[in-house]
Design a protein around this ligand. Structure first.
Ligand SMILES: [Fe+2]
Length: 268
Protein backbone atom coordinates (compact mmCIF):
# COMPACT_ATOMS: atom_id res chain seq x y z
CA UNK A 1 0.00 0.00 0.00
CA UNK A 2 2.72 2.46 1.03
CA UNK A 3 4.27 2.54 -2.45
CA UNK A 4 1.08 4.21 -3.75
CA UNK A 5 0.89 6.85 -1.03
CA UNK A 6 2.27 10.34 -1.47
CA UNK A 7 5.31 11.00 0.74
CA UNK A 8 4.28 12.84 3.89
CA UNK A 9 0.59 12.07 3.39
CA UNK A 10 -1.60 10.53 6.04
CA UNK A 11 -1.85 7.37 3.93
CA UNK A 12 1.92 7.02 3.85
CA UNK A 13 2.09 7.37 7.66
CA UNK A 14 -0.75 4.91 8.12
CA UNK A 15 0.80 2.21 5.94
CA UNK A 16 4.13 2.73 7.63
CA UNK A 17 2.56 2.20 11.07
CA UNK A 18 0.51 -0.81 9.94
CA UNK A 19 3.61 -2.39 8.40
CA UNK A 20 5.67 -1.63 11.49
CA UNK A 21 3.21 -3.59 13.65
CA UNK A 22 3.74 -6.65 11.48
CA UNK A 23 7.50 -6.20 11.34
CA UNK A 24 7.55 -6.32 15.14
CA UNK A 25 6.25 -9.87 14.77
CA UNK A 26 9.01 -11.00 12.41
CA UNK A 27 11.11 -12.62 15.17
CA UNK A 28 8.16 -14.63 16.52
CA UNK A 29 7.34 -18.31 16.26
CA UNK A 30 3.69 -19.10 15.68
CA UNK A 31 3.31 -20.22 19.33
CA UNK A 32 4.47 -16.80 20.54
CA UNK A 33 1.41 -15.14 19.03
CA UNK A 34 -1.14 -16.90 21.20
CA UNK A 35 0.24 -17.03 24.73
CA UNK A 36 -1.20 -14.76 27.44
CA UNK A 37 1.25 -14.74 30.32
CA UNK A 38 -0.97 -12.90 32.80
CA UNK A 39 -4.48 -11.36 32.87
CA UNK A 40 -3.10 -7.86 32.29
CA UNK A 41 -1.27 -8.91 29.13
CA UNK A 42 -2.76 -9.80 25.76
CA UNK A 43 -1.59 -12.21 23.08
CA UNK A 44 0.15 -10.69 20.07
CA UNK A 45 -2.55 -12.17 17.85
CA UNK A 46 -5.14 -10.24 19.84
CA UNK A 47 -3.26 -6.96 19.39
CA UNK A 48 -3.10 -7.58 15.62
CA UNK A 49 -6.84 -8.20 15.48
CA UNK A 50 -7.86 -5.45 17.90
CA UNK A 51 -6.02 -2.64 16.11
CA UNK A 52 -7.65 -3.77 12.87
CA UNK A 53 -11.08 -4.03 14.49
CA UNK A 54 -10.66 -0.42 15.64
CA UNK A 55 -10.41 0.87 12.05
CA UNK A 56 -13.19 -1.42 10.90
CA UNK A 57 -15.56 -0.45 13.72
CA UNK A 58 -14.96 3.26 14.14
CA UNK A 59 -13.85 4.37 10.66
CA UNK A 60 -15.05 2.02 7.93
CA UNK A 61 -18.32 0.87 9.47
CA UNK A 62 -19.80 4.33 10.03
CA UNK A 63 -18.14 6.16 7.13
CA UNK A 64 -17.47 3.87 4.12
CA UNK A 65 -20.66 3.56 2.16
CA UNK A 66 -21.92 0.01 1.83
CA UNK A 67 -19.26 -1.38 4.16
CA UNK A 68 -19.91 -4.78 5.73
CA UNK A 69 -17.64 -6.13 8.51
CA UNK A 70 -15.21 -8.91 7.56
CA UNK A 71 -16.52 -11.34 10.17
CA UNK A 72 -19.12 -9.65 12.38
CA UNK A 73 -18.82 -12.40 14.99
CA UNK A 74 -15.17 -11.48 15.56
CA UNK A 75 -16.21 -8.13 17.00
CA UNK A 76 -16.76 -9.63 20.44
CA UNK A 77 -13.23 -11.09 20.36
CA UNK A 78 -11.38 -7.93 19.45
CA UNK A 79 -13.49 -5.34 21.27
CA UNK A 80 -11.51 -4.23 24.31
CA UNK A 81 -13.55 -1.87 26.48
CA UNK A 82 -16.11 -0.31 24.14
CA UNK A 83 -19.38 -1.25 25.82
CA UNK A 84 -21.45 0.79 23.38
CA UNK A 85 -20.41 -1.25 20.33
CA UNK A 86 -21.30 -4.71 21.62
CA UNK A 87 -20.25 -7.63 23.84
CA UNK A 88 -16.64 -8.28 24.78
CA UNK A 89 -14.72 -11.45 25.41
CA UNK A 90 -13.18 -11.29 28.93
CA UNK A 91 -9.68 -9.92 28.85
CA UNK A 92 -8.15 -12.64 31.09
CA UNK A 93 -9.41 -15.26 28.60
CA UNK A 94 -7.84 -13.82 25.46
CA UNK A 95 -5.14 -16.48 25.58
CA UNK A 96 -7.80 -19.18 25.17
CA UNK A 97 -8.65 -18.02 21.67
CA UNK A 98 -6.88 -20.44 19.37
CA UNK A 99 -9.34 -19.42 16.65
CA UNK A 100 -9.29 -17.41 14.50
CA UNK A 101 -5.82 -18.59 13.63
CA UNK A 102 -2.85 -16.30 13.25
CA UNK A 103 -3.09 -16.68 9.48
CA UNK A 104 -6.76 -15.73 9.56
CA UNK A 105 -6.00 -12.62 11.60
CA UNK A 106 -3.32 -11.58 9.11
CA UNK A 107 -5.86 -12.07 6.30
CA UNK A 108 -8.29 -9.87 8.28
CA UNK A 109 -5.64 -7.15 8.51
CA UNK A 110 -4.99 -7.34 4.77
CA UNK A 111 -8.68 -7.14 3.95
CA UNK A 112 -9.26 -4.15 6.22
CA UNK A 113 -6.16 -2.42 4.82
CA UNK A 114 -7.59 -2.82 1.33
CA UNK A 115 -10.89 -1.28 2.42
CA UNK A 116 -8.99 1.53 4.17
CA UNK A 117 -7.06 2.12 0.95
CA UNK A 118 -10.34 2.49 -0.94
CA UNK A 119 -11.68 4.79 1.75
CA UNK A 120 -8.64 7.07 1.83
CA UNK A 121 -9.22 7.77 -1.85
CA UNK A 122 -12.64 9.26 -1.13
CA UNK A 123 -13.45 12.78 -0.01
CA UNK A 124 -15.14 11.37 3.08
CA UNK A 125 -11.78 10.48 4.62
CA UNK A 126 -10.65 14.11 4.48
CA UNK A 127 -13.58 15.49 6.48
CA UNK A 128 -12.22 16.77 9.80
CA UNK A 129 -14.17 14.44 12.14
CA UNK A 130 -13.25 11.40 10.04
CA UNK A 131 -9.64 12.49 9.61
CA UNK A 132 -9.45 12.79 13.40
CA UNK A 133 -10.74 9.23 13.77
CA UNK A 134 -8.17 7.96 11.30
CA UNK A 135 -5.42 9.74 13.21
CA UNK A 136 -6.73 8.24 16.44
CA UNK A 137 -6.60 4.78 14.88
CA UNK A 138 -3.01 5.34 13.78
CA UNK A 139 -1.95 6.55 17.23
CA UNK A 140 -3.90 3.73 18.87
CA UNK A 141 -2.03 1.18 16.77
CA UNK A 142 1.27 2.67 17.92
CA UNK A 143 0.15 2.29 21.53
CA UNK A 144 -0.45 -1.37 20.81
CA UNK A 145 3.00 -1.70 19.26
CA UNK A 146 4.38 -0.82 22.68
CA UNK A 147 2.01 -3.31 24.27
CA UNK A 148 3.08 -6.07 21.89
CA UNK A 149 6.65 -5.61 23.05
CA UNK A 150 5.89 -5.30 26.77
CA UNK A 151 3.54 -8.28 26.72
CA UNK A 152 6.06 -10.38 24.81
CA UNK A 153 8.77 -9.37 27.23
CA UNK A 154 6.67 -10.59 30.14
CA UNK A 155 5.79 -13.85 28.37
CA UNK A 156 9.43 -14.57 27.57
CA UNK A 157 10.43 -13.68 31.13
CA UNK A 158 8.20 -16.50 32.43
CA UNK A 159 10.00 -19.10 30.34
CA UNK A 160 12.97 -20.72 32.15
CA UNK A 161 14.73 -20.97 28.78
CA UNK A 162 14.79 -17.16 28.71
CA UNK A 163 14.05 -16.77 25.00
CA UNK A 164 15.15 -13.43 23.62
CA UNK A 165 13.02 -11.28 21.37
CA UNK A 166 16.13 -9.89 19.73
CA UNK A 167 19.83 -10.63 19.63
CA UNK A 168 20.60 -6.94 19.88
CA UNK A 169 22.45 -6.20 23.11
CA UNK A 170 21.57 -3.08 25.11
CA UNK A 171 23.69 -0.06 24.39
CA UNK A 172 26.14 1.45 26.81
CA UNK A 173 23.42 3.67 28.27
CA UNK A 174 21.86 0.66 30.03
CA UNK A 175 25.02 0.28 32.09
CA UNK A 176 25.37 3.97 32.91
CA UNK A 177 24.88 4.61 36.63
CA UNK A 178 21.63 6.37 37.44
CA UNK A 179 21.87 9.92 38.71
CA UNK A 180 18.94 11.59 40.47
CA UNK A 181 18.04 15.14 39.55
CA UNK A 182 16.29 17.18 42.22
CA UNK A 183 13.26 19.15 41.08
CA UNK A 184 11.78 21.81 43.38
CA UNK A 185 8.10 21.14 42.60
CA UNK A 186 5.60 23.98 43.03
CA UNK A 187 2.80 25.09 40.76
CA UNK A 188 3.33 23.65 37.29
CA UNK A 189 1.28 23.50 34.12
CA UNK A 190 0.74 20.02 32.69
CA UNK A 191 -1.33 18.56 29.86
CA UNK A 192 -1.56 18.98 26.11
CA UNK A 193 -2.09 22.37 24.56
CA UNK A 194 -1.51 23.71 21.09
CA UNK A 195 -1.59 21.75 17.86
CA UNK A 196 -0.82 18.16 17.09
CA UNK A 197 -2.39 14.95 18.24
CA UNK A 198 -3.19 14.18 21.88
CA UNK A 199 -5.33 11.50 23.47
CA UNK A 200 -8.41 12.87 25.22
CA UNK A 201 -6.96 12.13 28.66
CA UNK A 202 -3.88 14.27 27.94
CA UNK A 203 -5.74 17.59 28.06
CA UNK A 204 -6.77 20.20 28.73
CA UNK A 205 -3.64 21.80 30.14
CA UNK A 206 -4.04 22.74 33.79
CA UNK A 207 -2.10 23.74 36.87
CA UNK A 208 -1.12 21.23 39.54
CA UNK A 209 0.90 21.50 42.71
CA UNK A 210 3.90 19.15 42.91
CA UNK A 211 5.89 18.39 46.01
CA UNK A 212 9.67 18.42 45.51
CA UNK A 213 10.76 15.25 43.72
CA UNK A 214 13.67 13.55 42.01
CA UNK A 215 13.80 12.11 38.54
CA UNK A 216 16.28 9.55 37.23
CA UNK A 217 18.76 10.57 34.57
CA UNK A 218 17.71 7.69 32.32
CA UNK A 219 14.96 5.06 32.05
CA UNK A 220 15.10 2.04 34.34
CA UNK A 221 15.74 -1.37 32.87
CA UNK A 222 15.90 -4.97 34.04
CA UNK A 223 19.64 -4.71 33.69
CA UNK A 224 19.78 -1.93 36.24
CA UNK A 225 19.47 -3.41 39.75
CA UNK A 226 20.96 -0.24 41.22
CA UNK A 227 17.73 1.58 40.37
CA UNK A 228 15.45 -1.02 41.90
CA UNK A 229 15.11 0.08 45.56
CA UNK A 230 13.40 3.35 44.61
CA UNK A 231 10.98 1.57 42.29
CA UNK A 232 10.04 -1.29 44.62
CA UNK A 233 6.36 -1.30 45.59
CA UNK A 234 6.01 -4.43 47.72
CA UNK A 235 6.26 -7.94 46.40
CA UNK A 236 10.03 -7.99 46.43
CA UNK A 237 11.93 -9.48 49.33
CA UNK A 238 13.37 -6.98 51.79
CA UNK A 239 17.11 -6.93 51.22
CA UNK A 240 17.91 -7.83 54.82
CA UNK A 241 14.88 -9.71 56.17
CA UNK A 242 13.74 -11.53 53.04
CA UNK A 243 10.13 -10.57 53.88
CA UNK A 244 7.66 -9.29 51.37
CA UNK A 245 6.82 -5.64 51.68
CA UNK A 246 3.04 -5.67 51.19
CA UNK A 247 0.66 -7.45 53.56
CA UNK A 248 1.34 -10.54 55.65
CA UNK A 249 3.19 -12.91 53.38
CA UNK A 250 1.61 -11.61 50.18
CA UNK A 251 4.82 -10.25 48.78
CA UNK A 252 6.83 -13.35 49.48
CA UNK A 253 4.11 -15.55 47.97
CA UNK A 254 4.13 -13.48 44.80
CA UNK A 255 7.90 -13.49 44.74
CA UNK A 256 8.00 -17.25 45.15
CA UNK A 257 5.23 -18.11 42.69
CA UNK A 258 6.61 -15.86 39.99
CA UNK A 259 10.25 -16.59 40.94
CA UNK A 260 11.05 -12.89 40.99
CA UNK A 261 14.58 -11.94 41.83
CA UNK A 262 14.34 -8.34 40.73
CA UNK A 263 11.64 -5.89 39.65
CA UNK A 264 9.64 -6.89 36.59
CA UNK A 265 11.50 -6.36 33.34
CA UNK A 266 10.93 -3.08 31.62
CA UNK A 267 11.40 -2.47 27.92
CA UNK A 268 12.95 0.84 28.68
FE1 LIG B 1 -6.78 -0.62 22.18
Amino acid sequence: MSEHAAPGSFAERLWRVRARTERLCDPLAIEDYVVQSMPDASPVKWHLGHTTWFFETFVLGPHLEGFRPYRPEWGQLFNSYYVSVGPRHPRPDRGLLTRPTVGEVYAYRKWVDERLGEFLGTGAAARPPVAALLELGLQHEQQHQELILTDLLHAFSRNPLRPAYSDVTPGASAATPVAWERCPGGLVRIGHEGGGFAFDNEGPAHLVHLEPYEVASRPASAGCPTASPRHRRGGGAHPSTGRGGKGPGSGSRSTESARWTRPSPSPT
